[in-house]
Write a protein that binds this ligand. Structure first.
Ligand code: PRP
Length: 212
């Protein structure tokens, strides 16, 4: 029997949504949605083994071949630029990468801009592309409080509903990128396990078309 396809899914709400797409695409493994601490699940009949990993770790598993395919946010792919194939926009987990500042903030282009972010790579490349000198303050979460406390002038972060920005009196300055979940593949798996990956790809494509 052919060995199972290893699939890395991002742990959390997005991962559950995405798993449901895989299930509906013909690769179910219902046990995965039972609430417990188990991290790997397999359905030998469907030829798949799923595992939950931290969202920002998905590209590492896929790039190194521990997973044949996986699902990662475009933000994570932009930040880490892993050496993988990006196969499909799953059209879910949609949000925006933005820069934002406190209401009333007036920029002084002569000064180095202090930018708080989890996405140092994205922020660095973005400001380099517009020729602005910045000082990056790399944080791990709750980015929105950095300008409130005077730690930074602005932030670069993702926004989905806009609630967090609003509740912290921040206004969007620029949209840096539109983000959504992507199906990614290990380069060698894509070559040697092409038939199985194509079946998953087709099943998921049908899902994205069914639920635009
Ligand atoms: C993300 C992001 C914003 C928030 C945006 O944070 O960093 O803080 O969601 O969502 P909204 O526009 O719908 O309010 P996350 O929940 O991942 O936590 P974090 O503070 O650890 O980054």
């Amino acid at each position: 029997m052919e060995k199972m396809l290893n699939i890395a899914l991002p742990k959390g709400r997005l991962g559950e949504k995405v798993y449901k797409m895989f299930g509906a695409a013909g690769f179910p493994c219902p046990e995965i949605l039972e609430t417990n601490r188990k991290l790997t699940f397999e359905n030998p009949d469907a030829g798949v083994r799923y595992f939950w990993v931290k969202p920002s770790d998905v590209p590492i598993y896929v790039e190194r071949g521990a997973a044949d395919i996986g699902v990662a946010g475009k933000d994570i792919l932009m930040e880490y630029q892993p050496d993988i194939y990006e196969l499909l926009d799953l059209k879910t987990g949609k949000c925006r990468m933005i820069s934002a500042a406190p209401e009333g903030y007036v920029d002084n282009p002569q000064r180095t801009l202090r930018v708080a972010t989890k996405f140092a790579g994205i922020a660095g490349r973005y400001y380099a592309s517009i020729g602005r000198e910045i000082d990056i303050i790399h944080l791990n979460g709750s980015i929105e409080i950095a300008p409130i406390l005077g730690l930074s002038d602005i932030i670069v972060d993702i926004t989905e509903t806009g609630t967090t920005l609003r509740e912290n009196n921040l206004k969007i300055i620029d949209t840096i990128a539109y983000i959504s979940a992507r199906l990614i593949a290990n380069k060698s798996s894509f070559r040697f396990r092409r038939e199985m990956i194509d079946r998953v790809f087709k099943g998921l494509t049908a899902q994205t078309e069914a639920d635009p």
